[in-house]
Design a protein around this ligand. Structure first.
Ligand code: PLP
Length: 404
């Protein structure tokens, strides 16, 4: 039995005469998907395969990729690993995170930012995010620091730069190291400087959906600290390394992992990395077009770009404000998906509300909780044309204007 208020059928508005021309609702059977590998990527992969040097600590293709990543992000060392989650795991491992420790992580992020805390036997402490950037809120972090806080994981969500000045100040005051989770943020800058060197370590994901990929999976840890870099290299390969005074011999200095990136992955990553600048520019151009087309839509909050920063627009996240007779963001997303526009609620379950982190569900993180019901991620990848973007914007305008 329906005890709720009777719902009127939705009213579907006609496209307004000011809508951009050049498309119809049926113009696009399916929008282009991401990633889009090029001939260069494929040739690089084949060349790496033909080299017969597929893995190994001294692999020259992996080293070349690491050098390109480090130079691109303005850090001394990049250590390539098998996934972004492995990167977070190793970054926390070299900070000696372990049982009894707490690590502060935003509740509004992908689970890979937090699960490595649990791998290490430590406790994630979920913090709230700011309503405008959706990145870690320095005030929330400050309130959660205890004697047991061993690290803070700062996520540049969707490619928006977190407030590193405020966050590193809070961390420094408490003497706690900072790990930048830059999984979504290759191309993001603060004051003209690429992210990756603002904390003690930074983590990159090269998963297929990310800004660049190393052929499906991949990641890297960035740091200026040579001791961390040496330990990271050892840990990604079973903890093995040279024995002092025993040339040519290696043994396991500590228990590590098999988190190596292969040369084929590194070759694809390297080929993609050469196009990083142009790909980020394309994302920014696409975001600007979406913003132009979505400006003034009632109830829709468009993404911000904090002053002095560069947003990489891995995702174009818009907030649907409740009220005004609008449908909830989840219904709008479902409507858009049913019409071929791949839009997701972002993230529909804050980490502290998920079964994997049972025991945390009682805490209150109002912004992360609110965003989980209101934030939509629209595509902005370089494979989209102006026509596609206009189509997406048109569909969003239509879907948001439907009232109940
Ligand atoms: C913020 C964030 N952290 C960590 C990860 C983990 O990366 P990966 O999927 O490469 O393991 C992801 C990626 O999906 C992510 O978006």
């Amino acid at each position: 039995m329906n005890h709720g208020r009777a719902r009127r059928p939705p009213t579907i508005p006609e496209p307004s005469p000011s809508e951009p021309k050049g498309h119809t609702l049926s113009s696009f059977q399916e929008l282009p998907r991401w990633p889009q590998l090029t001939d260069d990527d494929i040739e690089a992969a084949v060349a790496a395969l033909c080299s017969n040097r597929l893995v190994g600590q001294g692999n020259s293709t992996v080293q070349e990729f690491e050098a390109a990543l480090a130079a691109g992000q303005g850090v001394e060392h990049a250590v390539a690993v098998s996934t972004g989650t492995a990167a977070v795991h190793l970054a926390l491992h070299v900070l000696d995170v372990g049982p009894g420790d707490e690590v502060i992580v935003p509740a509004h992020t992908f689970i890979g930012s937090a699960s490595p805390v649990v791998y290490l036997g430590a406790r994630p402490v979920f913090a709230d995010v700011t309503p405008d950037t959706h990145c870690l809120d320095p005030g929330s972090v400050k309130s959660l620091i205890t004697d047991r806080t061993k690290a803070i994981v700062v996520v540049h969500i969707n490619g928006i730069a977190a407030d590193m000045a405020a966050l590193t100040a809070v961390a420094a005051e408490a003497g706690v190291p900072v790990v930048e989770d830059a999984a979504q943020a290759l191309g993001t800058e603060i004051g003209g400087r690429p992210i990756g060197g603002f904390g003690d370590l930074a983590c990159v994901s090269l998963f297929e959906q990310k800004v660049i990929t190393s052929g499906g999976e991949g990641g890297a840890v960035l740091t200026d600290n040579p001791d961390y870099a040496a330990r990271l290299r050892r840990l990604r390969s079973h903890g093995e390394g040279p024995i002092e005074g025993r040339p040519g011999m290696i043994w396991a200095h500590e228990v590590g992992y098999n988190y190596r990136l292969t040369s084929v992955q590194a070759a694809i990553g390297l080929a993609q990395h050469k196009r990083l600048g142009e790909m980020v520019e394309a994302r920014r151009r696409n975001a600007a077009r979406l913003s132009e087309r979505l400006a003034g839509v009632e109830g829709l909050e468009l993404p911000v770009e904090p002053e002095g920063t560069t947003h990489a627009f891995w995702k174009y996240a818009v907030r649907v404000a409740p009220g005004g007779g609008r449908r909830p963001a989840g219904e709008i997303a479902a409507d858009l998906r049913s019409r071929g526009v791949p839009v997701l609620l972002r993230y529909p379950f804050p980490l502290h509300k998920q079964p994997a982190f049972a025991g945390h569900e009682g805490i209150s993180l109002p912004v992360a909780e609110r965003l989980s019901q209101e934030l939509l991620a629209l595509p902005s990848h370089p494979g989209l044309t102006e026509g596609h973007l206009d189509h997406i914007a048109h569909e969003v305008r239509r879907a948001v204007a439907v009232t109940v």
